[in-house]
Design a protein around this ligand. Structure first.
Ligand code: SF4
Length: 312
């Protein structure tokens, strides 16, 4: 039986996060140029029960002994494409008091049914990466039937109605949105949404497209001022150093990459870890300069650096 639950994995924002993956790999409403999971393979707006609800609930129940800080609906695609999201969250809430978070790109929130679904969650973390339709198309490469203004109205409606917390993530890219005028426009929209926190991120890890460039940390800190007191830069510039179970998996990944270069898929298969979990370890190792990413034949391979190479 395929596993839809992974971790807990270390999360900068959510502590020990038990991940729930409801959507087939890279099935999304967007195809963001900065996506760490590569290009979208299935761009769709069709909401379906991609995996059986009872199966997912059973897996969550079986994983609760791992004592996560959060149960996070995210995974390798857009979780609001799961048609029974509200029922799923309600089912989780019946079995545990562990808070539930939904990480969403926000594209479907103009649909009242989607908002009713995420209303069950304690925390919603939607994204907003553009201040107008042109940048939206460039950065997020949305499904052709998605309209920028409608997407924004969905976020504003979420801000008005959601009974729990909203932390809005804004992903900035050098030369595209990390420009004062663009940031001011985005900040104006953020004020209409009214999230509890604004979290600024950038492409510090290998993106889907080589033309998606990260914003330096000092510039991010300067740009954050436009979003007010409740804004913080969450981009991970140095990698994190985790302990215990996380460190053990991280070492397994590193050991494998010392033997041969691998894609995220190779590592996931080789070690029996979920792709999203692998992405976390690869992020950390790349951040600290222990491994590097190389493009070969359109695929991203990771390889371990010898200590002499690392000290250069
Ligand atoms: S970053 Fe998120 S929203 Fe964008 S393509 Fe990747 S999975 Fe979809």
């Amino acid at each position: 039986m395929a596993s839809h639950v992974f971790g807990p994995v270390p999360s900068r924002r959510l502590g020990r996060s038990l991940g729930v993956d409801l959507i087939p790999f890279k099935t999304c409403t967007y195809d963001c140029i900065y996506c760490q999971l590569g290009r979208t393979t299935q761009k769709t707006l069709d909401r379906e029960e991609w995996v059986p609800l009872d199966e997912v609930l059973g897996e969550v129940q079986a994983s609760l002994s791992s004592r996560p800080d959060y149960i996070t609906l995210s995974g390798s695609g857009e979780p609001t494409l799961y048609s029974r999201l509200g029922e799923l969250i309600a089912g989780i809430k019946r079995m545990t008091e562990v808070p539930v978070a939904v990480l969403t790109n926000g594209s479907l929130l103009s649909d009242p049914e989607v908002r009713a679904g995420v209303a069950e969650a304690d925390l919603v973390i939607p994204s907003l990466d553009a201040g107008d339709a042109r940048i939206f198309r460039h950065v997020n490469r949305p499904h052709e039937d998605l309209d920028f203004d409608t997407m924004i109205e969905g976020l504003v409606a979420l801000g008005r109605e959601h009974p729990g917390s909203i932390w809005l993530e804004v992903f900035l890219l050098a030369g595209v949105t990390a420009i004062s005028a663009e940031v001011e426009t985005i900040a104006g929209i953020v004020r209409r949404i009214g999230p509890e926190r604004v979290q600024l991120n950038t492409a510090t890890r290998p993106p889907a497209e080589s033309f998606a460039f990260p914003v330096p940390q000092d510039q991010m800190e300067r740009l954050a001022v436009a979003f007010g007191d409740h804004a913080e830069v969450i981009a991970d510039y140095r990698g994190t150093h985790q302990q215990g179970e996380f460190a053990a998996h991280r070492e397994d990944v590193l050991e494998l990459l010392r033997r041969r270069p691998c894609t995220v898929g190779d590592i996931s298969e080789g070690l029996g870890l979920h792709r999203n979990e692998v992405v976390k370890y690869v992020e950390e190792l790349t951040g600290e300069g222990t491994i590097v990413a190389e493009d070969s034949g359109g695929k991203v391979y990771y390889k371990a650096l010898a200590s002499a190479e690392r000290s250069r």
